[in-house]
Design a protein around this ligand. Sequence first.
Ligand code: PLP
Length: 410
Amino acid sequence: MRKVDEIRALFPILDRKVEGKDLVYFDNAATSQRPRSVLDLQQELCSRSNANIHRAVHTLSMEATEAYEKGRDAVRDFLGAESREEIILTSGTTASINLVAHCFAAAGFLKNGDKVLLSAAEHHSNIVPWQIACQATGAGLKVLEVEPDGTIDLQKFSDSLTDDVKMVAVAHVSNILGVVNPVKQMVAVAHSKGIPVLVDGAQGVTHLKVDVTDIDCDFYAFSGHKIYAPTGIGVLYGKKEWLEKLPPYMGGGDMVESVSFEKTVYADLPLKFEAGTANYVAAACLRPALEIAGELASDAAVATHEKELMAAMESALGSINGVKVAGIDAPERIPLYSFTIEGVHPLDAAMLIDKMGVALRSGHMCAEPIVRRLTGGSSMLRASLMPYNTVGEVEVFARALARVVIMLRQ
Ligand code: PLP
């Protein structure tokens, strides 16, 4: 069996049809599909071990707690974090970044006149939480432009780190450009000036081997649903020294050691940041999801397959007249292609191509500032692939897109 067929066999949804055609799912950057091992664990936990975690001594609760904490251990291994106390389970990347932005400001690390440096290609989740933190403190955003090929210039980055910059928040990979940012080098430069760095890893974990100890970032955020796990679970990695300096984000059950009306003692890390009943089923599913992700990331045959997919996509998009792909000339990128087609509205194209069984993303893709800079409008199309996609699917996509263009340009 070919490698890609083995991978596809793990994902039951890939067998379905849409509009009578074999599904070609190219919206993976929005959410990825789940393997059988994840679906089975979800089913098993819900039907056998459903109970609240951390609080009771009965069998079901202990099973649920163990499954939840195994999810945390899997994340620690996957990210190469030094300790499990540095792994906070949240509801997703958005929640993780909001946590850091809010607590960083609340702890007094952002003051009137300070700046948070972002790249021009950030997702709304890595813009709006910082805007809110700035509004609360009198601080402001500073935006680092990206180069015409979508890359970040390290010298310009270094020059932008003036004394008033107190935090750098940058995507590992932009969800529009698909370009891999040099986060390790950026962290080194920022640290040389005493500035912490948060990396939005929502699109980074899906195609790159991530080691937070090697990157040396202070915070790293990602979402389970973009890497084979269910929705409603995400991760915040934070260096222990930072997590200890930040106050809790939310108060409630599970994040406390003791409570009286006079005084509350917070729980130790990581529970200090995990108030309320957790999505323990989804958290537990991080284990099988990251197991598969880890295997795929270290398999040379998968790397070759991804290169073939990218070559096929680039030639397919290049063959259609009037197609402009963002970040296509960048030296290091993932199989994520945001594009416009002259004379064709992205929404019309996405609706029409869906009738041919092909799922693409359209719109501003929650990164309106960079979409506006690139297009002057608020809408693009995006095709994003995972290792379970095939060159055959790229060919179907290419034929479908060519037909769509002919139909919509008439
Ligand atoms: N950051 C990036 C780069 C993303 O691509 C996304 C999702 O598309 C997010 C943040 C937000 O992720 P979530 O909606 O899972 O919190």
